[in-house]
Design a protein around this ligand. Structure first.
Ligand SMILES: [Zn+2]
Length: 86
């Protein structure tokens, strides 16, 4: 799945045995994986201040996005607002 995913996976593995993950809420709604329906994720951050995203007129948003990686299938959900851990 490419270098980014492998880097993320190795980072997750470096934290120990397969993480259970945590539940998160965004905009008062529980986050579930769009692919497998799992509800536990590992949170991360990704910088948005690249030339490409400035071109897409995302200057109004935070300069970093929250990423939630599904601990069941590895799908990454992106949020411009900070997910709340529950
Ligand atoms: Zn999933």
């Amino acid at each position: 799945m490419g270098r980014f995913f492998r880097a993320l996976k190795s980072g997750v593995e470096a934290m120990g045995e397969a993480p259970e993950g945590d539940r998160y809420v965004v905009a008062e709604k529980g986050v579930t994986c769009a692919h497998c329906g799992h509800d536990r994720f590992v949170e991360g951050r990704a910088q948005l201040n690249t030339a490409g995203l400035t071109f897409l007129n995302l200057d109004w948003a935070n300069r970093s996005a929250a990423t939630l990686a599904c601990t069941a299938c590895g799908r990454i959900e992106w949020f411009l607002s900070d997910p709340q851990e529950v």
